[in-house]
Design a protein around this ligand. Structure first.
Ligand code: ADP
Ligand code: MG
Length: 704
């Protein structure tokens, strides 16, 4: 149960004055997790991007042009638009001892203007001064206030990220009201540590960030060092480490059931593999077998670059579980990937008499109940699925092993949710996104790790080339010749943030264009297609019925068509490095040489240029990940959401590296001293876990 002190934080934003049914969906879109209603907490964690100084700064003569200023002025004269020229602006001349400024308004009403700016009176005016013909003017000031209104205004006005229909001032008002509702909370951090680091309490940190006392306090440079932001970042990191630590502590309890398989099933699956495992696959399988056979619960990360063959390792692990009579679940991030895995695994599993099913959001009605039935009765040995596996009515006869593919797409709490579906479930998580050291620590705590350090033999290096989009026709010609010669080609159209519809349109256009040239051998795949059409498009491409697959980034993770040898990426400059690496990883999977063409729009910015250079230089995922972190480190304060980094709202890996290690040590100490979070600090820490949505870990406390 959530501690009741948190209730005001978890109340809906609609409980704030002025937020009714019209504004609520806008706030949902702006601050909440997709599909969730916005809560006061979400609003408070929506930090301002900048601050505008509303203190009266310079006199008119000294006020700088081109940036927001606030002036105290006397209203000198109104100059309405001349009669008959309704489109001419309404001007008001204002002055102080040092000079004058013309305020310019379009579509202004005389009566209203005279009330707003009475001649002879003093008013406070904020806005941006421009020079026009050597004269100062201010078009549509942001604010015009009398002395009373001005006194009520904060010195620094926060500026928020906004969404269509919801301006920064409405957000600011809501945040101010939210701050009033939000109570101080019992301290969960070590008091001595806070004092030493000079960090404020949680509630004060929020207030300091939303109501800064200087506009500079919100600049990226100041934020990196800001005690208020660091405090919240540390809270988030500690919540994550604590959740991981609790999972870990539970895993270490000897509650696991030893999985000792019947060797024939494992041997049959191994014999059905169409290749011999590489040495590092063998090693990983042996490490996993060791974990499973031990009485303690497995929590292992399998890390291997794209194309290194993680799926085969997962299959062997699941065969071991099945050999001991227990079921396995393999979680994939997308519907396409789940179905691909199921289709791949089924024949090899069948060779050992095991049955495989797929379960995704697409399964409804009778087909879904048949699968649920098979899982509950145990006739299904291996299920491959998406988030649909987490649903409450999915029950297993005896789930022994949960495998999570493309781990970075899932959160800690989701991993936990699967683990809770069986008794002493062993967990294997697989990731292709190479994770730099600091991130690994943050994300996985101290899990056991197996690494696939080599790719299957016989792979050839991918040749990567960059070309400006002007040379599209040449590329199309070359693709045409390659298709004639029997090649299979991915053609990726980029994802434009925020608008799936536009992306899809771009892919559809390119599909039509190529189809006009190459005929029916050009397929199309995007996220808005029905599940069945997606399957058909994938199946056509895998079987060679289509030779070119025009697609949005839905093929980014995991898709495996070894015959594909060409990857064209349009607008490569719009992709992050991790994403480019993932996309390129779709080719170079067979014995034939592969080519990746990065089409970019010239001129390239510095970062995009560096990214493309790195892509051309190396295929090594670890190097690419390190370079990625370097390139993204600066400038992108809070932008860790994309491409493989875990969902942190506040912590920043470049700036807060020192805090990550501190949080891990702190979490360890807490768990050692108060493993069930029952003491005074433990109780407060429970609240912290809820605030940062790491509360699934609390369920473990109860279960254990
Ligand atoms: P990833 O690690 O990216 O998930 P996959 O498991 O999809 O990689 O494997 C990539 C490709 O390599 C697949 O086509 C798979 O069948 C093939 N493969 C995996 N292991 C081997 C091996 N030991 N020898 C040859 N091919 C292999
Ligand atoms: Mg994979």
């Amino acid at each position: 149960m959530r501690p009741s002190v948190l209730d005001p934080y978890f109340a809906s934003v609609t409980s704030l004055p002025g937020i009714g049914p019209k504004l609520a969906p806008l706030f949902d879109r702006l601050v909440a997790e997709p599909g969730q209603p916005a809560r006061i907490l979400d609003l408070l964690l929506h930090l301002p991007r900048a601050g505008i100084d509303r203190r009266v700064g310079a006199s008119i003569a000294d006020a700088p042009a081109g940036q927001p200023v606030t002036l105290a002025v006397r209203v000198a004269e109104h100059r309405p638009a001349p009669p008959g020229r309704a489109r001419a602006p309404y001007r008001v001349l204002v002055e102080d001892e040092t000079g004058d400024v013309t305020l310019v308004f379009f579509k202004a009403q005389r009566g209203w203007m005279e009330k707003l700016l009475p001649v002879g009176e003093t008013r406070f005016v904020s806005g941006t001064i421009e020079l026009w013909d050597g004269r100062r003017q201010m078009v549509h000031p942001d604010r015009i206030l009398d002395a009373r209104g001005f006194a009520a205004l904060p010195d620094v006005e926060p500026v928020y990220g906004q969404t269509e229909g919801l301006g920064t001032r409405v957000v600011a008002k809501a945040v101010a009201a939210a701050l009033e509702r939000a109570p101080a909370l019992p301290e969960w951090q070590d008091a001595a540590w806070l004092a030493r680091e000079g960090l404020p309490p949680f509630r004060d940190a929020l207030a300091a960030l939303h109501q800064p006392d200087s506009p500079l306090a919100l600049s990226p440079e100041a934020l990196v060092r800001s005690p208020a932001r660091r405090r919240l970042a540390y809270d988030e990191l500690l919540a994550t480490q604590l959740a991981l630590g609790l999972v870990r502590a539970q895993a270490k309890r000897p509650a696991g059931r030893a999985i000792v398989p019947d060797g024939t099933i494992v041997a049959r699956v191994a014999a059905a593999l169409p290749f011999r495992l590489t040495a590092s696959q063998e090693r990983a399988v042996a490490e996993i077998a060791g974990d499973l056979a031990s009485g303690r619960r497995m929590l292992r990360l399998l890390q291997g670059d794209v194309g290194s063959g993680k799926t085969a390792v997962a299959l062997m692990a699941m065969a071991i579980a099945a050999g001991a009579g227990r079921q396995s679940a393999l979680m994939a991030p997308t519907d396409i990937l789940a179905r691909q895995h199921a289709a791949r695994l089924a024949p090899m599993a069948a060779a050992a008499g095991l049955s495989v099913a797929a379960l995704t959001g697409r399964d409804k009605g009778r087909s879904r109940s048949a699968i649920l039935e098979g899982l509950a009765s145990g006739t299904i040995d291996i299920v491959v699925g998406t988030h649909a596996l987490f649903q409450d009515d999915v029950r297993f006869r005896d789930l022994g092993l949960a495998v999570v593919d493309e781990q970075h797409r899932f959160g800690v709490h989701q991993r936990l949710a699967l683990g809770a579906k069986g008794e002493a479930v062993d967990v294997l998580v697989m990731t292709a996104t190479p994770i730099p050291r600091t991130l690994a620590l943050t994300y996985f705590g101290d899990m056991d790790v197996s690494v696939l350090s080599e790719k299957p033999a016989g792979r050839q290096p991918i040749s990567t080339r960059a070309l400006p989009l002007e040379r599209l026709d040449e590329v199309v010609g070359a693709v045409g010749r390659a298709v004639e010669a029997g090649a299979r080609v991915y053609w990726i159209c980029p994802l434009v943030a925020e608008s799936e519809t536009i992306d899809v349109a771009a892919a559809q256009d390119r599909h039509e264009h190529l189809r006009a040239l190459f005929g029916a051998r050009v397929g199309l795949l995007h996220g808005k297609m029905s599940g069945r059409d997606k399957d058909a498009a994938m199946a056509d491409f895998a079987s060679g019925r289509t030779a070119v697959l025009v697609s949005t980034t839905v093929v980014e993770v995991g898709v495996d068509v070894p015959e594909a040898t060409i990857m064209v990426i349009e607008h490569a400059e719009r992709f992050g490095l991790a994403q480019l690496h993932q996309l390129r990883g779709r080719i170079g999977r067979g014995a034939d040489a592969s080519t990746c063409l990065l089409l970019y729009k010239a001129p390239l910015g510095e970062t995009a240029k560096a990214r493309i250079a790195i892509m051309r230089e190396t295929e090594d995922g670890f190097r690419i990940a390190d370079e990625d972190l370097k390139l993204r480190g600066e400038g992108e304060m809070l932008g860790t959401r994309q491409s493989g980094a875990p969902d942190f709202r506040l912590a920043d890996f470049a700036a807060d590296g020192d805090l990550i290690a501190a949080a891990r040590d702190d979490a360890r100490l807490v768990i050692e001293r108060d493993p069930n979070l029952e003491g005074e600090r433990g109780q407060a820490l429970r609240a912290l876990l809820y605030l940062f949505e790491r509360d699934a870990a609390i369920r473990l406390l109860r279960a254990g």
